[in-house]
Design a protein around this ligand. Sequence first.
Ligand code: ADP
Length: 494
Amino acid sequence: MAKTFKNFIDGQWKSSRSGETFSNLNPADNRIVLGKFQQSNAKDVNEAVQAADKAQKLWRNTTAPKRGEILYRVAELLVKNKESLAQDMTREMGKVLAETRGDVQEAIDMAYYSAGEGRRMLGETVPSELNDKFCMSVRMPVGVVAAITPWNFPMAIPSWKLFPALITGNTVVIKPASDTPLSCLNLVKIFEQAGLPPGVLNLVTGSGTGTGMPLVDHPSIDLVSFTGSTETGSIVASHCAKKMRQYSLEMGGKNAIIVMDDANLNLAVEGVIWGAYGTTGQRCTACSRVIVHHKVMKKFTRLLLQRTKALRLGDGLLATSDVGPLVNEDQQQKVLSYCKIGVEEGAKLLTGGNIAKGKGRSHGNFFQPTIFADVAPKMRIAQEEIFGPVLAIISCRNLERAIAIVNDSQFGLSSSIYTQDVNRAFKAIETLDTGITYINSSTIGAEIQLPFGGTKGTGNGHREAGTAALEVFTEWKSVYIDYSGKLQKAQIED
Ligand code: ADP
Protein backbone atom coordinates (compact mmCIF):
# COMPACT_ATOMS: atom_id res chain seq x y z
CA MET A 1 0.00 0.00 0.00
CA ALA A 2 1.38 3.40 -1.01
CA LYS A 3 1.70 5.96 1.77
CA THR A 4 -0.78 8.86 1.83
CA PHE A 5 0.68 12.36 2.20
CA LYS A 6 -1.33 15.33 3.47
CA ASN A 7 -1.57 19.06 2.97
CA PHE A 8 0.19 21.34 5.46
CA ILE A 9 -2.15 24.09 6.64
CA ASP A 10 -1.72 26.33 9.69
CA GLY A 11 0.98 24.07 11.10
CA GLN A 12 -1.07 20.86 10.74
CA TRP A 13 -1.04 17.96 8.29
CA LYS A 14 -4.56 17.68 6.89
CA SER A 15 -6.53 15.64 4.37
CA SER A 16 -8.35 17.46 1.60
CA ARG A 17 -12.06 18.17 2.08
CA SER A 18 -12.51 16.57 -1.36
CA GLY A 19 -11.73 13.16 0.12
CA GLU A 20 -9.76 12.46 -3.07
CA THR A 21 -6.12 11.72 -3.71
CA PHE A 22 -3.88 11.28 -6.75
CA SER A 23 -0.91 8.96 -7.32
CA ASN A 24 2.71 10.01 -7.65
CA LEU A 25 4.40 7.60 -10.09
CA ASN A 26 8.04 6.74 -10.65
CA PRO A 27 8.80 7.77 -14.27
CA ALA A 28 11.53 5.12 -14.54
CA ASP A 29 8.87 2.48 -13.83
CA ASN A 30 5.25 3.63 -13.99
CA ARG A 31 4.09 0.59 -12.04
CA ILE A 32 5.66 2.01 -8.87
CA VAL A 33 3.37 4.33 -6.90
CA LEU A 34 5.48 6.49 -4.59
CA GLY A 35 2.56 7.85 -2.65
CA LYS A 36 -0.96 9.26 -2.70
CA PHE A 37 -1.32 13.02 -2.43
CA GLN A 38 -4.29 15.23 -1.63
CA GLN A 39 -6.45 16.34 -4.55
CA SER A 40 -7.16 19.73 -2.95
CA ASN A 41 -10.17 21.86 -3.82
CA ALA A 42 -11.17 25.50 -3.36
CA LYS A 43 -12.15 24.91 0.29
CA ASP A 44 -8.66 23.62 1.15
CA VAL A 45 -7.12 26.53 -0.71
CA ASN A 46 -9.31 28.96 1.21
CA GLU A 47 -8.25 27.45 4.52
CA ALA A 48 -4.57 27.63 3.56
CA VAL A 49 -4.78 31.25 2.37
CA GLN A 50 -6.67 32.27 5.49
CA ALA A 51 -3.97 30.66 7.64
CA ALA A 52 -1.27 32.55 5.70
CA ASP A 53 -3.24 35.78 6.02
CA LYS A 54 -3.65 35.32 9.78
CA ALA A 55 0.08 34.55 10.20
CA GLN A 56 1.09 37.66 8.25
CA LYS A 57 1.02 40.03 11.21
CA LEU A 58 3.18 37.85 13.44
CA TRP A 59 5.67 37.04 10.69
CA ARG A 60 6.19 40.58 9.38
CA ASN A 61 6.74 41.68 12.97
CA THR A 62 9.33 38.97 13.54
CA THR A 63 12.61 40.80 12.90
CA ALA A 64 14.38 39.90 9.67
CA PRO A 65 17.51 38.56 11.46
CA LYS A 66 15.25 36.29 13.55
CA ARG A 67 13.52 35.09 10.37
CA GLY A 68 17.02 34.47 9.02
CA GLU A 69 17.88 32.25 11.98
CA ILE A 70 15.04 29.91 11.09
CA LEU A 71 16.23 29.81 7.47
CA TYR A 72 19.76 28.92 8.66
CA ARG A 73 18.25 25.98 10.55
CA VAL A 74 16.44 24.94 7.36
CA ALA A 75 19.77 25.08 5.50
CA GLU A 76 21.45 22.85 8.10
CA LEU A 77 18.63 20.30 7.94
CA LEU A 78 18.78 20.25 4.15
CA VAL A 79 22.52 19.56 4.33
CA LYS A 80 21.92 16.74 6.81
CA ASN A 81 19.21 15.11 4.70
CA LYS A 82 20.65 15.85 1.26
CA GLU A 83 21.11 12.27 0.08
CA SER A 84 17.66 10.98 1.01
CA LEU A 85 16.04 14.13 -0.44
CA ALA A 86 17.93 13.57 -3.70
CA GLN A 87 16.87 9.92 -3.84
CA ASP A 88 13.21 10.79 -3.30
CA MET A 89 13.51 13.35 -6.07
CA THR A 90 15.04 10.91 -8.55
CA ARG A 91 12.24 8.46 -7.75
CA GLU A 92 9.49 10.96 -8.48
CA MET A 93 11.04 13.08 -11.22
CA GLY A 94 13.45 10.71 -12.97
CA LYS A 95 16.62 12.76 -13.38
CA VAL A 96 19.87 11.08 -12.35
CA LEU A 97 21.14 11.30 -8.78
CA ALA A 98 24.02 13.64 -9.63
CA GLU A 99 21.40 16.12 -10.83
CA THR A 100 18.95 15.69 -7.98
CA ARG A 101 21.82 16.23 -5.55
CA GLY A 102 22.47 19.45 -7.44
CA ASP A 103 18.78 20.37 -7.16
CA VAL A 104 18.86 19.95 -3.36
CA GLN A 105 22.16 21.87 -3.29
CA GLU A 106 20.41 24.82 -4.97
CA ALA A 107 17.90 24.82 -2.14
CA ILE A 108 20.76 24.76 0.38
CA ASP A 109 22.54 27.63 -1.39
CA MET A 110 19.32 29.60 -1.57
CA ALA A 111 18.64 28.98 2.14
CA TYR A 112 22.06 30.28 3.26
CA TYR A 113 21.97 33.18 0.85
CA SER A 114 18.47 34.30 1.83
CA ALA A 115 19.11 33.80 5.55
CA GLY A 116 22.01 36.27 5.25
CA GLU A 117 19.67 38.73 3.58
CA GLY A 118 17.93 38.96 6.96
CA ARG A 119 20.83 41.14 8.09
CA ARG A 120 21.11 43.17 4.86
CA MET A 121 17.92 43.80 2.91
CA LEU A 122 19.37 47.11 1.84
CA GLY A 123 17.28 50.20 1.37
CA GLU A 124 18.48 53.67 0.40
CA THR A 125 19.18 56.92 2.10
CA VAL A 126 19.22 59.95 -0.19
CA PRO A 127 19.64 63.70 0.35
CA SER A 128 16.58 65.85 0.88
CA GLU A 129 15.74 69.09 -0.94
CA LEU A 130 15.33 70.72 2.46
CA ASN A 131 17.42 71.24 5.54
CA ASP A 132 16.56 69.33 8.70
CA LYS A 133 14.92 66.59 6.72
CA PHE A 134 15.96 63.00 6.22
CA CYS A 135 14.91 60.73 3.31
CA MET A 136 15.11 56.98 3.10
CA SER A 137 13.41 53.99 1.54
CA VAL A 138 12.78 50.69 3.30
CA ARG A 139 11.52 47.33 2.11
CA MET A 140 8.22 45.88 3.26
CA PRO A 141 6.69 42.46 2.61
CA VAL A 142 4.08 42.27 -0.16
CA GLY A 143 1.76 40.12 1.98
CA VAL A 144 0.40 36.67 1.15
CA VAL A 145 2.21 34.94 -1.70
CA ALA A 146 0.88 32.13 -3.89
CA ALA A 147 3.78 30.03 -5.20
CA ILE A 148 3.01 27.70 -8.11
CA THR A 149 5.82 25.46 -9.26
CA PRO A 150 6.62 22.96 -12.06
CA TRP A 151 8.10 19.46 -11.89
CA ASN A 152 11.53 19.83 -13.50
CA PHE A 153 13.32 21.29 -10.44
CA PRO A 154 11.10 19.90 -7.70
CA MET A 155 13.00 21.45 -4.78
CA ALA A 156 15.18 24.14 -6.34
CA ILE A 157 12.30 26.09 -7.88
CA PRO A 158 10.13 26.04 -4.73
CA SER A 159 13.22 27.19 -2.81
CA TRP A 160 13.78 30.10 -5.23
CA LYS A 161 10.35 31.34 -4.22
CA LEU A 162 10.06 30.30 -0.57
CA PHE A 163 13.35 31.59 0.84
CA PRO A 164 13.22 35.13 -0.58
CA ALA A 165 9.48 35.37 0.14
CA LEU A 166 9.89 34.29 3.76
CA ILE A 167 13.00 36.26 4.64
CA THR A 168 11.30 39.44 3.48
CA GLY A 169 8.32 38.81 5.78
CA ASN A 170 5.72 37.37 3.43
CA THR A 171 3.64 34.32 4.24
CA VAL A 172 3.13 31.69 1.56
CA VAL A 173 0.80 29.05 0.16
CA ILE A 174 2.66 26.76 -2.23
CA LYS A 175 1.17 24.41 -4.81
CA PRO A 176 3.72 22.12 -6.44
CA ALA A 177 3.26 20.26 -9.74
CA SER A 178 1.32 17.00 -9.45
CA ASP A 179 4.19 15.00 -10.97
CA THR A 180 6.57 15.93 -8.16
CA PRO A 181 4.72 16.83 -4.94
CA LEU A 182 6.99 14.76 -2.66
CA SER A 183 10.13 16.92 -2.93
CA CYS A 184 8.17 20.07 -2.14
CA LEU A 185 6.45 18.32 0.77
CA ASN A 186 9.89 17.18 2.05
CA LEU A 187 11.05 20.79 1.93
CA VAL A 188 7.96 22.02 3.80
CA LYS A 189 8.52 19.32 6.45
CA ILE A 190 12.02 20.68 7.01
CA PHE A 191 10.64 24.19 7.53
CA GLU A 192 8.30 22.69 10.12
CA GLN A 193 11.22 20.95 11.87
CA ALA A 194 13.22 24.18 11.82
CA GLY A 195 10.50 25.88 13.87
CA LEU A 196 8.70 28.07 11.32
CA PRO A 197 5.54 29.34 13.09
CA PRO A 198 2.17 27.84 12.01
CA GLY A 199 0.51 29.44 9.00
CA VAL A 200 3.67 31.12 7.68
CA LEU A 201 4.13 28.41 5.05
CA ASN A 202 1.27 26.25 3.80
CA LEU A 203 1.24 23.46 1.23
CA VAL A 204 -1.70 22.34 -0.88
CA THR A 205 -1.27 19.65 -3.51
CA GLY A 206 -3.56 19.10 -6.48
CA SER A 207 -4.23 19.93 -10.09
CA GLY A 208 -3.70 23.20 -11.92
CA THR A 209 -7.38 23.89 -12.43
CA GLY A 210 -8.73 22.40 -9.17
CA THR A 211 -6.09 23.81 -6.82
CA GLY A 212 -3.85 26.28 -8.70
CA MET A 213 -6.64 28.36 -10.18
CA PRO A 214 -8.59 28.94 -6.92
CA LEU A 215 -5.27 29.88 -5.32
CA VAL A 216 -4.51 32.47 -8.01
CA ASP A 217 -8.06 33.81 -7.74
CA HIS A 218 -8.29 33.96 -3.94
CA PRO A 219 -9.06 37.54 -2.81
CA SER A 220 -6.43 37.49 -0.02
CA ILE A 221 -3.49 36.68 -2.32
CA ASP A 222 -1.25 39.71 -2.90
CA LEU A 223 1.35 38.21 -5.25
CA VAL A 224 1.50 35.14 -7.47
CA SER A 225 4.96 33.74 -8.18
CA PHE A 226 4.64 31.24 -11.03
CA THR A 227 7.06 29.00 -12.91
CA GLY A 228 5.75 26.77 -15.68
CA SER A 229 4.62 26.75 -19.27
CA THR A 230 3.96 29.88 -21.30
CA GLU A 231 0.31 28.85 -21.86
CA THR A 232 -0.41 28.53 -18.14
CA GLY A 233 1.65 31.60 -17.32
CA SER A 234 -0.49 33.65 -19.63
CA ILE A 235 -3.70 32.36 -17.97
CA VAL A 236 -2.26 33.17 -14.53
CA ALA A 237 -1.25 36.65 -15.72
CA SER A 238 -4.70 37.43 -17.11
CA HIS A 239 -6.39 36.38 -13.86
CA CYS A 240 -3.96 38.49 -11.82
CA ALA A 241 -4.38 41.48 -14.12
CA LYS A 242 -8.16 41.37 -13.74
CA LYS A 243 -7.81 41.32 -9.98
CA MET A 244 -5.07 44.00 -9.96
CA ARG A 245 -2.64 41.81 -8.06
CA GLN A 246 1.09 41.41 -8.55
CA TYR A 247 2.54 38.48 -10.44
CA SER A 248 5.95 37.22 -11.37
CA LEU A 249 6.30 34.72 -14.20
CA GLU A 250 9.14 32.43 -15.19
CA MET A 251 8.33 30.44 -18.33
CA GLY A 252 9.77 28.80 -21.42
CA GLY A 253 13.02 28.91 -23.32
CA LYS A 254 14.48 27.91 -26.68
CA ASN A 255 18.08 28.28 -25.66
CA ALA A 256 20.97 28.15 -28.06
CA ILE A 257 24.71 27.58 -28.07
CA ILE A 258 26.83 29.22 -30.77
CA VAL A 259 29.94 27.29 -31.78
CA MET A 260 32.38 29.50 -33.68
CA ASP A 261 35.14 28.27 -36.00
CA ASP A 262 37.79 29.10 -33.37
CA ALA A 263 36.03 27.21 -30.57
CA ASN A 264 37.57 24.45 -28.48
CA LEU A 265 35.38 21.81 -30.10
CA ASN A 266 35.76 19.12 -27.44
CA LEU A 267 34.67 21.60 -24.79
CA ALA A 268 31.77 22.76 -26.95
CA VAL A 269 30.59 19.18 -27.50
CA GLU A 270 30.57 18.55 -23.74
CA GLY A 271 28.62 21.77 -23.18
CA VAL A 272 26.05 20.84 -25.81
CA ILE A 273 25.71 17.27 -24.49
CA TRP A 274 24.89 18.33 -20.93
CA GLY A 275 22.85 21.33 -22.01
CA ALA A 276 20.73 19.23 -24.37
CA TYR A 277 20.44 15.92 -22.53
CA GLY A 278 20.93 16.80 -18.85
CA THR A 279 17.58 16.48 -17.01
CA THR A 280 16.54 14.64 -20.20
CA GLY A 281 16.21 18.03 -21.90
CA GLN A 282 13.56 19.16 -19.42
CA ARG A 283 15.29 22.28 -18.15
CA CYS A 284 13.93 25.71 -18.98
CA THR A 285 17.59 26.54 -19.77
CA ALA A 286 18.16 23.38 -21.85
CA CYS A 287 20.15 23.84 -25.04
CA SER A 288 17.78 22.84 -27.83
CA ARG A 289 19.55 24.66 -30.69
CA VAL A 290 23.21 24.63 -31.55
CA ILE A 291 24.33 27.14 -34.17
CA VAL A 292 27.57 26.00 -35.70
CA HIS A 293 30.01 27.87 -37.95
CA HIS A 294 29.98 26.09 -41.31
CA LYS A 295 33.79 25.69 -41.30
CA VAL A 296 33.68 23.37 -38.25
CA MET A 297 30.26 21.83 -38.89
CA LYS A 298 31.53 18.48 -40.14
CA LYS A 299 33.99 17.87 -37.32
CA PHE A 300 31.66 19.17 -34.61
CA THR A 301 28.76 17.01 -35.82
CA ARG A 302 30.94 13.90 -35.93
CA LEU A 303 32.19 14.45 -32.35
CA LEU A 304 28.72 15.28 -31.06
CA LEU A 305 27.13 12.24 -32.66
CA GLN A 306 29.77 9.96 -31.22
CA ARG A 307 29.26 11.40 -27.75
CA THR A 308 25.45 11.31 -27.97
CA LYS A 309 25.39 7.66 -29.00
CA ALA A 310 27.53 6.77 -25.99
CA LEU A 311 25.00 8.14 -23.47
CA ARG A 312 23.51 5.47 -21.22
CA LEU A 313 19.78 5.66 -20.57
CA GLY A 314 18.34 4.17 -17.42
CA ASP A 315 16.86 4.59 -13.96
CA GLY A 316 18.37 7.72 -12.44
CA LEU A 317 19.09 5.86 -9.20
CA LEU A 318 21.68 3.68 -10.96
CA ALA A 319 25.26 4.89 -11.15
CA THR A 320 25.39 3.49 -14.71
CA SER A 321 22.75 5.93 -16.02
CA ASP A 322 23.73 9.20 -17.69
CA VAL A 323 20.20 10.17 -18.71
CA GLY A 324 16.94 9.34 -16.91
CA PRO A 325 13.38 9.08 -18.25
CA LEU A 326 10.99 11.87 -19.20
CA VAL A 327 8.67 12.85 -16.36
CA ASN A 328 5.47 11.22 -17.67
CA GLU A 329 3.86 9.52 -20.66
CA ASP A 330 2.25 12.71 -21.96
CA GLN A 331 5.66 14.32 -22.11
CA GLN A 332 7.01 11.27 -23.92
CA GLN A 333 4.24 11.50 -26.53
CA LYS A 334 4.79 15.23 -26.92
CA VAL A 335 8.51 14.74 -27.62
CA LEU A 336 7.71 11.93 -30.07
CA SER A 337 5.27 14.16 -31.93
CA TYR A 338 7.98 16.86 -32.27
CA CYS A 339 10.37 14.30 -33.73
CA LYS A 340 7.74 13.45 -36.35
CA ILE A 341 7.29 17.17 -37.05
CA GLY A 342 11.06 17.53 -37.52
CA VAL A 343 11.14 14.75 -40.11
CA GLU A 344 8.09 16.19 -41.91
CA GLU A 345 9.72 19.63 -41.97
CA GLY A 346 12.69 18.13 -43.82
CA ALA A 347 15.32 18.18 -41.06
CA LYS A 348 17.82 15.32 -41.14
CA LEU A 349 17.43 12.88 -38.24
CA LEU A 350 20.98 11.87 -37.30
CA THR A 351 20.17 9.77 -34.24
CA GLY A 352 17.29 8.98 -31.87
CA GLY A 353 13.80 10.23 -32.67
CA ASN A 354 11.90 7.56 -30.80
CA ILE A 355 10.80 6.16 -27.45
CA ALA A 356 13.58 4.07 -25.88
CA LYS A 357 12.75 0.55 -24.79
CA GLY A 358 15.01 -2.36 -23.82
CA LYS A 359 16.25 -3.84 -20.56
CA GLY A 360 15.21 -1.84 -17.50
CA ARG A 361 13.32 0.67 -19.62
CA SER A 362 10.13 -1.01 -20.78
CA HIS A 363 7.90 0.40 -18.01
CA GLY A 364 9.43 3.88 -17.95
CA ASN A 365 9.11 7.05 -20.04
CA PHE A 366 12.52 6.85 -21.71
CA PHE A 367 13.34 8.67 -24.92
CA GLN A 368 16.35 8.35 -27.20
CA PRO A 369 18.72 11.33 -27.22
CA THR A 370 17.94 12.90 -30.58
CA ILE A 371 19.83 15.10 -33.04
CA PHE A 372 18.40 16.82 -36.10
CA ALA A 373 20.86 18.33 -38.60
CA ASP A 374 20.19 20.71 -41.52
CA VAL A 375 17.60 22.53 -39.44
CA ALA A 376 16.32 25.84 -40.79
CA PRO A 377 15.87 28.56 -38.13
CA LYS A 378 12.15 28.92 -38.86
CA MET A 379 11.26 25.22 -38.51
CA ARG A 380 8.95 24.42 -35.62
CA ILE A 381 11.60 22.23 -33.98
CA ALA A 382 13.86 25.32 -33.92
CA GLN A 383 11.17 27.65 -32.62
CA GLU A 384 8.95 25.76 -30.14
CA GLU A 385 9.91 24.49 -26.72
CA ILE A 386 10.02 20.68 -26.89
CA PHE A 387 11.17 19.98 -23.31
CA GLY A 388 12.89 16.73 -24.18
CA PRO A 389 16.25 15.37 -25.37
CA VAL A 390 15.97 16.81 -28.87
CA LEU A 391 18.70 19.00 -30.36
CA ALA A 392 18.53 21.01 -33.59
CA ILE A 393 21.78 21.80 -35.43
CA ILE A 394 21.70 24.98 -37.49
CA SER A 395 24.52 26.18 -39.74
CA CYS A 396 25.79 29.77 -39.86
CA ARG A 397 28.41 31.70 -41.85
CA ASN A 398 29.45 34.34 -39.31
CA LEU A 399 28.84 35.71 -35.83
CA GLU A 400 26.27 38.31 -36.90
CA ARG A 401 24.13 35.64 -38.53
CA ALA A 402 24.52 33.30 -35.52
CA ILE A 403 23.34 36.04 -33.16
CA ALA A 404 20.39 36.86 -35.42
CA ILE A 405 19.35 33.18 -35.36
CA VAL A 406 19.57 33.00 -31.55
CA ASN A 407 17.51 36.16 -31.22
CA ASP A 408 14.88 34.96 -33.70
CA SER A 409 12.84 33.40 -30.91
CA GLN A 410 9.74 34.20 -28.89
CA PHE A 411 11.82 33.33 -25.79
CA GLY A 412 14.92 34.90 -24.24
CA LEU A 413 16.19 32.85 -21.32
CA SER A 414 19.73 31.50 -21.81
CA SER A 415 22.39 31.59 -24.52
CA SER A 416 26.02 30.61 -24.90
CA ILE A 417 28.97 31.05 -27.22
CA TYR A 418 32.10 28.97 -27.61
CA THR A 419 34.94 31.08 -29.00
CA GLN A 420 38.57 31.91 -28.12
CA ASP A 421 38.15 35.46 -29.43
CA VAL A 422 37.44 38.03 -26.72
CA ASN A 423 35.99 40.47 -29.23
CA ARG A 424 33.43 37.94 -30.43
CA ALA A 425 32.60 37.03 -26.84
CA PHE A 426 31.89 40.65 -25.90
CA LYS A 427 29.87 41.23 -29.07
CA ALA A 428 27.76 38.21 -28.12
CA ILE A 429 27.28 39.38 -24.53
CA GLU A 430 26.12 42.74 -25.79
CA THR A 431 23.76 41.56 -28.52
CA LEU A 432 22.26 38.22 -27.46
CA ASP A 433 18.76 39.08 -26.30
CA THR A 434 18.55 36.68 -23.35
CA GLY A 435 18.51 37.10 -19.59
CA ILE A 436 21.56 34.86 -19.18
CA THR A 437 24.64 34.44 -21.42
CA TYR A 438 27.48 31.96 -20.88
CA ILE A 439 30.92 32.19 -22.45
CA ASN A 440 32.64 28.86 -23.13
CA SER A 441 30.18 26.93 -21.01
CA SER A 442 26.73 25.50 -21.59
CA THR A 443 23.32 27.23 -21.30
CA ILE A 444 22.85 25.64 -17.87
CA GLY A 445 24.43 26.03 -14.44
CA ALA A 446 22.91 29.16 -12.93
CA GLU A 447 24.19 30.26 -9.52
CA ILE A 448 21.71 31.57 -6.99
CA GLN A 449 23.54 34.83 -6.20
CA LEU A 450 22.84 36.17 -9.70
CA PRO A 451 19.45 37.13 -11.15
CA PHE A 452 17.71 34.29 -13.00
CA GLY A 453 15.14 34.87 -15.72
CA GLY A 454 14.66 35.92 -19.29
CA THR A 455 13.50 38.47 -21.81
CA LYS A 456 10.53 38.40 -24.22
CA GLY A 457 8.10 35.47 -23.76
CA THR A 458 10.21 33.90 -21.02
CA GLY A 459 8.92 36.15 -18.29
CA ASN A 460 7.32 39.44 -17.37
CA GLY A 461 10.46 41.42 -16.65
CA HIS A 462 11.10 40.01 -13.20
CA ARG A 463 14.06 37.94 -12.08
CA GLU A 464 14.39 35.28 -9.42
CA ALA A 465 17.39 34.73 -7.08
CA GLY A 466 20.14 37.22 -6.26
CA THR A 467 19.19 40.60 -4.92
CA ALA A 468 16.72 40.82 -7.83
CA ALA A 469 14.37 38.51 -5.90
CA LEU A 470 13.93 41.30 -3.34
CA GLU A 471 12.29 43.42 -6.02
CA VAL A 472 9.61 40.77 -6.49
CA PHE A 473 8.93 39.97 -2.86
CA THR A 474 9.08 43.45 -1.31
CA GLU A 475 7.29 46.76 -1.66
CA TRP A 476 9.22 49.99 -1.28
CA LYS A 477 8.21 52.47 1.34
CA SER A 478 9.68 55.95 1.06
CA VAL A 479 10.07 57.69 4.40
CA TYR A 480 10.49 61.45 4.97
CA ILE A 481 11.51 62.59 8.44
CA ASP A 482 11.26 66.32 9.04
CA TYR A 483 12.95 67.44 12.24
CA SER A 484 12.87 71.20 11.51
CA GLY A 485 9.87 71.69 13.78
CA LYS A 486 8.18 74.03 11.25
CA LEU A 487 6.11 73.91 8.08
CA GLN A 488 8.72 73.98 5.30
CA LYS A 489 7.74 75.68 2.04
CA ALA A 490 8.31 72.78 -0.38
CA GLN A 491 5.93 70.61 1.63
CA ILE A 492 2.96 72.62 0.45
CA GLU A 493 4.21 73.11 -3.11
CA ASP A 494 4.60 69.37 -4.01
P1 ADP B 1 4.37 22.07 -16.95
O1 ADP B 1 4.16 21.72 -18.37
O2 ADP B 1 5.76 22.46 -16.58
O3 ADP B 1 3.71 21.15 -15.97
P2 ADP B 1 2.30 23.94 -16.36
O4 ADP B 1 2.31 25.38 -16.69
O5 ADP B 1 1.22 23.09 -16.90
O6 ADP B 1 3.72 23.47 -16.81
O7 ADP B 1 2.33 23.73 -14.80
C1 ADP B 1 3.10 24.51 -13.90
C2 ADP B 1 2.37 24.62 -12.59
O8 ADP B 1 1.18 25.39 -12.81
C3 ADP B 1 1.90 23.29 -12.01
O9 ADP B 1 1.98 23.34 -10.60
C4 ADP B 1 0.47 23.22 -12.48
O10 ADP B 1 -0.35 22.37 -11.69
C5 ADP B 1 0.04 24.66 -12.35
N1 ADP B 1 -1.12 25.04 -13.17
C6 ADP B 1 -1.53 24.48 -14.33
N2 ADP B 1 -2.64 25.11 -14.81
C7 ADP B 1 -2.93 26.09 -13.91
C8 ADP B 1 -3.95 27.10 -13.83
N3 ADP B 1 -4.88 27.22 -14.76
N4 ADP B 1 -3.92 27.93 -12.77
C9 ADP B 1 -2.96 27.84 -11.82
N5 ADP B 1 -1.99 26.92 -11.85
C10 ADP B 1 -1.96 26.05 -12.87
